[in-house]
Design a binder for this molecule. Structure first.
Ligand SMILES: NC(=O)c1ccc[n+]([C@@H]2O[C@H](COP(=O)([O-])OP(=O)(O)OC[C@H]3O[C@@H](n4cnc5c(N)ncnc54)[C@H](O)[C@@H]3O)[C@@H](O)[C@H]2O)c1
Length: 429
């Protein structure tokens, strides 16, 4: 981003040393040539619409007062209210929240959900606080950001270190301040409070659906296809089970306790039970353990990173022998690894598309809360699968048309939708 020469100090919009925000700005630069006339609006994408920084003071259990930094960023609300999680982490910064909010704008537009992108966070290591303290922090934060959130304005959801209980406290606080029970102000709530059936499995199910579509594009039958998965939690565990039930062979799984491998296919249901009982995949019967380097080098049809960021990087990308990578995690492939895999002919289904199943069922939760009419789990899964398939098809068509990666195609699709809306809405005033 160009700096105005008269400004001595960097603006918060400056990408210099701003980590994820800098990466996001680079991604926008890369799609700009494909936006045609709409590129006149592209600066919109480089500036969050609204960024709120709040002080969150609470009384700790020992009677002292502690203050925390809280953020809520609404990156873009052109296509609908902001949507995005709330993260509790000691490393949360404004620029990180700005980038995560921007990626939510891209994700909701890539899947064509009627939302914009937003994100929130509190700079805190939640492991150091009691349940009562976390409840007070959540409630004060919700009250402080209450001026900009709401079912028609911006709808938070869980993210790293927050969960259905956090959402229940947020919903209650917002409702108390409004004087009306407002279930639609957050998603990812407990089902007893207006949460949606199918939400827990939604991201893994979306990964499975786009994985099947990508395999079909590559002429690979799911029956008998080899699948390697990093992360066996909510996303990886669900995806593993669905591929296993469809007849694929899950040959290796890695989690924080180690890697397990069986060339004939792991017994996924038994492995899920083992993880429930032992806290990780290590020591699972009927499997051999494997070092990390061997894990990444396994020959496989599908590789699903579903744990952390930057797992496929310059160090291991050359050894990866997967025909398709489905990004269950957010940001699992570094830009360098992206180029290496693409040059080898690996198809990468990007995170903004592959893991959008979660926000899609959050959208269903919001719709159900508005109508106070709740759908069955088969109805939810059916609608989720249809939306994920449609999103995959439209991104794959753009990739084909411009001869670009699916990541660039997802950004072209999303940015075009956002900027078309911007253009027809016009600038106020
Ligand atoms: N849950 C959702 O709805 C959702 C939606 C979109 C994106 N995601 C992304 O998917 C990823 C996984 O989320 P989740 O909800 O499944 O989390 P989770 O906590 O349920 O599971 C995380 C898994 O990663 C494994 N893991 C942790 N550290 C590891 C390491 N160093 N090496 C190998 N494995 C490790 C854990 O053992 C666990 O199996 C994250 O990037 C998250 O942002 C999740």
């Amino acid at each position: 981003m160009s700096e105005h020469p008269t400004h001595q100090l960097p603006s918060y919009l400056n990408s210099h040393e701003l980590g994820p925000w800098g990466v996001y700005l680079e991604q926008v630069e890369r799609v700009t040539p494909y936006l045609g006339k709409l590129s006149k609006w592209v600066e919109t994408l480089k500036r969050p619409k609204r960024s709120l920084i709040v002080d969150v003071p609470i009384e700790l259990d020992n009677g002292t007062i502690a203050h925390f930094e809280g953020y809520r960023v609404q990156h873009n609300t052109t296509r609908g209210p902001g949507k995005g999680g709330v993260r509790f982490h000691q490393d949360v910064t404004l620029s990180e929240v700005m980038a995560l909010a921007a990626w939510m704008s891209v994700k909701t537009a890539a899947v064509n959900l009627p939302f914009g992108g937003a994100k929130g966070g509190i700079r805190i290591d939640p492991r150091n606080y009691s349940r009562g303290e976390l409840e007070r922090i959540t409630r004060r934060y919700t009250s402080e950001i209450g001026v900009i959130i709401g079912p028609n304005k911006d709808i938070p959801a869980p993210d790293v270190n927050t969960n259905a209980q956090t959402m229940a406290w947020m919903m209650d606080t917002y409702s108390m301040n409004e004087g009306a029970t407002t279930t639609g102000v957050v998603t990812g709530k407990p089902v007893s409070l207006g949460g949606s059936l199918g939400r827990v499995e939604a991201t893994g199910r979306g990964v499975y659906v786009v994985g099947c579509e990508a395999a079909r594009d590559k002429g690979i039958p799911i029956e008998g296809a080899r699948v390697v998965i990093q992360g066996f939690g909510n996303v990886g565990g669900t995806a593993a089970r669905l591929f296993y039930e469809a007849g694929a062979k899950v040959i290796a799984v890695q989690d924080h306790t180690g890697c397990v491998h069986n060339a004939n296919g792991l017994e996924v249901l038994a492995l899920l039970k083992h993880v429930e009982e032992h806290g990780g995949v290590a020591g699972c019967p009927d499997a051999e353990s494997l070092g990390a380097a061997d894990f990444w080098a396994l020959e496989t049809e599908l590789l699903i990173p579903a744990a952390l960021e930057s797992q496929i990087n310059e160090d291991n990308a050359n050894s990866v022998r997967a025909r398709i990578v489905i990004e269950g995690a957010n940001g699992p492939t570094t830009p360098e690894a992206d180029d290496i895999l693409t040059s080898k002919g690996t198809l990468i289904v990007p995170d903004v598309l592959a893991n959008a199943g979660g926000v899609t069922v959050s959208y269903f939760e919001w719709v159900q809360d508005f109508s106070s009419f709740y759908w069955t789990e088969p109805e939810i899964n059916h609608r989720l699968e249809a939306m994920m398939r449609a999103a995959y098809t439209s991104v794959a068509a753009v990739a084909d048309k411009h001869q670009v990666t699916q990541r660039t195609a997802a950004f072209i699709t999303a940015c075009t939708r956002i900027l078309e809306s911007r253009e027809v809405r016009g600038l106020y005033p």
